[in-house]
Design a protein around this ligand. Structure first.
Ligand code: IPM
Ligand code: MG
Length: 353
């Protein structure tokens, strides 16, 4: 098949891991006889430096005209002055909302061989296999903001249709897995959470009678994720809680560098990015873990291009590479040899072939 893929490397380690994902996609195209065309555009701090806009019109136009978008990371100390008018993250948020990708799917997959990389006891990690479905285009990230010298506010707003559509995505996913859905909110304090809970209860009762629905307050959920992670199947939650809980969940997998994500809307076009940030402390050193980005490329193949075998082959290649002992610095034990970003990518491509 033919596909046009827009690459948005962004900032920090974003370019390193985006290159890795592109190389794997090229290897997939070679092996399976597809033609992928890549087009690189600016986003984030790199775009601010080039033209003062974290999401230039050319980037929006390219993303609206392609089959899928692969993004590295945005942000860094250079642009994070709390009084800055223009910020890299604004570019990412505007892109998510422009593309209408309201459903952010963050699978948390555990590799037995990496149990030692997790701060949790290995016995707690047995059987962990969960997906966090994070609402991505609403809530406090997108509500009205105010700021003056001595006060500031961020509005958290949710409409019931936004809750319905994200809960539906999560419930469908759960129906194809262990049939367990956990909805996370803060209904004891927040009105938006009470609406969330009400809409969720009604929707599951009406449309998904086979799903087992559990409801947790976000503070308790943060604790249960560490005390009984293997109980979770699909977790659905609002934008900010999902942001926080997925960084926490990445520790089950051993490193932020391992987790991929897919951001989907109502069309096939999706935005794919590792959940990690720009990691300015290791930028430009060639040591970033490319697994999260490469696993995001697998999600791209599956969800935007419908290439299910190819997606599974990439996921298997990552897993075989890890089983064979390939480790970037973030997941290596003290006595294990460490691969660079490009070495790790090459190992994964060899496993693919
Ligand atoms: C993420 C990131 C972003 C978010 C930042 C970079 C705006 O943390 O994708 O998890 O908060 O959504
Ligand atoms: Mg985050």
């Amino acid at each position: 098949m033919e596909a046009l893929i827009v690459l948005l490397p962004g900032d920090g380690i974003g370019p390193d891991v985006t290159t890795a994902a592109k190389q794997v996609l090229e290897a997939v195209a070679d092996k399976y006889g597809h033609r992928f065309t890549f087009r690189e555009e600016l986003i984030g701090g790199a775009a601010i430096d080039a033209c003062g806009d974290p999401l230039p019109p050319a980037t929006i136009a390219a993303c609206e005209a392609c089959d899928a978008v692969m993004l590295g990371a945005v942000g860094g100390p250079k642009w994070s002055d709390p009084n800055a008018e223009v910020r890299p993250e604004q570019g990412l948020l505007k892109l998510r909302s422009t593309l209408g990708v309201y459903a952010n799917i963050r699978p948390v997959r555990i590799y037995d061989e990496l149990a030692a990389a997790s701060p949790l006891k290995p016995e707690l990690l047995n059987g962990v296999d969960l997906i966090v479905v994070r609402e991505l285009t609403g809530g406090i990230y997108f509500g009205e903001k105010t700021r003056n010298e001595s006060s500031a506010s961020d509005l958290c707003l949710y409409n019931s249709y936004e809750i319905e559509r994200i809960v539906r995505v999560a419930a469908k996913l759960a129906a194809g897995r262990r049939g367990k859905l956990c909805s996370v909110d803060k209904a004891n304090v927040l009105e938006t959470s009470r609406l969330w809970r009400d809409v969720t209860d009604r929707l599951i009762a009406a449309e998904f009678s086979n799903i087992e629905l559990e409801t947790l307050l976000v503070d308790a959920a943060a604790m249960h994720l560490l005390s009984r992670p293997s109980d979770f199947d699909v977790i659905v939650t609002e934008n900010m809680f999902g942001d926080i809980l997925t960084d926490e969940a990445s520790m089950l997998a051993g490193s932020m560098g391992m987790l991929p994500s897919a951001s989907l809307g109502d069309s096939a076009r999706g935005l794919y990015e590792p959940i990690h940030g720009s990691a300015p402390d290791i930028a430009g050193q060639g040591i970033a873990n490319p697994c999260g980005a490469i696993a995001s490329a697998a999600l791209l193949l599956r969800h935007s291009l419908g290439l299910h075998d190819e997606a599974a082959a990439v996921e298997t290649a990552i897993s075989v590479a890890i089983t064979n002992g390939a480790r970037t610095a973030d997941i290596a034990a003290d006595d294990e040899a460490v691969e660079s970003t490009t070495e790790m990518t090459d190992v994964i491509i060899r496993c693919l072939n």
